[in-house]
Design a protein around this ligand. Structure first.
Ligand code: ADP
Ligand code: G6P
Length: 482
């Protein structure tokens, strides 16, 4: 970080549902394993650099010797952890229920996947209150408390009820829906007024920020929009000013770029391609999630194989899916759909010596992940809706040969920054996505290098450190009102 902001002097306290680790038992011993998902990927380097405190759910209930495990972690990583354990019932109603069966699908425009239940909402309030209690007991006036994501929206308002007067910030990692969709939520006003308890509310894109402001104006007549600026909208509510901005999240470009150039990754990348016998590799890397558009992607690939015989034997789709939220019914259904679709396409088009879709259901460790990115000629990032999508940025940072083609959904937040140089697709448009696959496959080397060069410049310039700097800068040095 080059610029200094007032917030640089304070200890950073990140509060998120999930800690950057999960505690689990292996061969009778409690162990710490790394967590997954975009939030953890983005924030881990930030909190490490600032030696802060991270408060969250360790992925387990009461029981494991957390103090001992966390002390060891703190010594190794240089920042501290504090746990908010959840009971089985809380996990069901707060995490799988309200967070992931109401807010998650609604905010991703998938009303049909929503389940709105009063019991889930009550537990959401209770668990948010537990988080607020832990924050209040572990922080002081000199700390900068930064709450993350849809699982913990109420924490700021609850901290105010507990008497905290210091600045509080919130960032939403997922999209914010249009007013027309948002108002279907039975607790829409409660969610909006809770967001207005923070001093700064950050969204991924200008569209998300506008959607929030429009909903707030429509549903909370008492508020006033004081000023609309390019970077921020200032809202006056109950005698306070709330700043609302958009800050596209990113990755640690230098770290990905350097690691992708290592000999270890180069060897793993070479080995991977050798196994695919010199074909072009089209890569998908996603959490198992119905927002990621994986079945639609498989269908588009099937259509491309029907339409373009030159793809046969010359390309393979390598889809790596990391298990996620496996106890939520919609996620179990998705796993079955993917098994069925990949089986059907492979038996329809496969030939001795060529499997069209290699579908792997597991998490990749870092060297393997980077090798997959580095070696793949094409990346398919085609969510139906996504707050940002860090896989798109990771692919660019790790494409050190500078010749990968990014096929990107216009409904990913990342499209605002990368859309000009990626091949943009509408993932619901099977025909158009199939055509983009063929276009990427046949794209001349010079055009590939030009596009990837521009993408890499963009990701390098607006990296995760830029994100933190602009967010914390807006919190401490924003425009003053009379
Ligand atoms: P989301 O936050 O919805 O999971 P993002 O694309 O923003 O989506 O972030 C996903 C993160 O999870 C990335 O950092 C990516 O590297 C990681 N990830 C996704 N799938 C895998 C996988 N199969 N193996 C390892 N890491 C994965
Ligand atoms: C997305 C969400 C995060 C979440 C992650 C993984 O990135 O924005 O808040 O942590 O997915 O999902 P999980 O349910 O496993 O925490």
């Amino acid at each position: 970080m080059t610029e200094k902001t007032q917030s640089d002097d304070k200890r950073l306290v990140v509060v998120s549902n999930r800690l950057p680790i999960a505690v689990g038992e292996e061969a009778g011993q409690w162990r710490i394993k790394p967590g997954s998902g975009g939030l953890v990927t983005a924030l881990a380097p930030v909190i490490k650099a600032r030696q802060g405190l991270w408060i969250g759910w360790p992925g387990c209930g009461e029981g494991p010797p957390l103090d001992e495990l966390f002390d060891n972690f703190g010594r190794e990583q240089g920042y501290r952890l504090a746990a908010v354990p959840l009971s089985e019932e809380e996990e069901e109603r707060y995490y799988r229920g309200f967070s992931n069966s109401a807010l998650w699908p609604l905010f991703h425009d998938l009303l049909g996947n929503c389940r709105f239940r009063g019991d889930d909402w009550q537990t959401y309030l209770e668990v948010n209150r537990r988080f607020a209690d832990v924050v209040a007991s572990r922080t002081g006036e000199d700390d900068l408390v930064w709450v993350q994501d849809y699982q913990l929206i109420m924490v700021g308002a609850q901290l105010r009820e507990l008497g905290l007067r210091q600045k509080l910030a919130f960032f939403l990692h997922i999209p914010f829906p249009t007013h027309d969709l948002f108002r279907r939520l039975p607790w829409n006003r409660e969610i909006l007024t809770a967001l207005l308890a923070y001093d700064l509310v950050g969204f991924q894109t200008l569209r998300d920020r506008r959607n929030f402001v429009n909903s707030a104006i429509a549903l909370i007549p008492e508020l006033q929009v004081e000023r609309r600026q390019r970077a921020q909208t200032l809202i006056r509510y109950q005698g306070r000013i709330v700043r609302v901005g958009h800050f596209p999240i990113s990755i640690d470009f230098a770290e990905f770029n350097d690691a992708a150039r290592s000999q270890e990754v180069a060897d793993a990348a070479w080995y991977l391609h050798e196994n695919l016998e010199g074909r072009q590799v089209m890569l998908g890397v996603d959490r198992l999630d119905y927002t990621k558009g994986i079945p639609e992607r498989f269908r588009a690939f099937e259509r491309a194989l029907e339409k373009y015989p030159d793809l046969h034997r010359n390309i393979s789709l390598l889809q790596v899916v990391v298990p996620s939220r496996t106890q939520v019914p919609d996620y179990q259904d998705l796993k079955q759909t993917l098994d069925r679709l990949s089986g059907r396409i492979n038996s329809r088009f496969g030939e001795p010596g060529w499997i069209p879709i290699h579908y792997v259901f597991r998490s990749l460790e870092r060297t393997q992940l980077l090798a997959h990115y580095r070696t793949s000629e094409i990346a398919l990032v085609t969510p139906l809706r996504d707050g940002m999508n860090l896989v798109a940025k990771e692919y660019c940072a790790a494409s050190v040969e500078n010749n990968g083609v990014l096929i990107l959904s216009e409904f990913a937040g990342a499209a605002d920054q990368l859309g000009k140089h990626a091949l943009l697709v509408n993932p619901y448009d099977v025909e158009g996505t199939a055509d983009a696959m063929h276009r990427a496959f046949t794209m001349p080397g010079e055009e590939r290098r030009r596009r990837m060069g521009m993408l890499r410049t963009q990701v390098r310039r607006y990296d995760v450190h830029h994100w933190v700097r602009s967010f914390l800068g807006a919190l401490s040095t924003g425009t003053q009102l009379p």
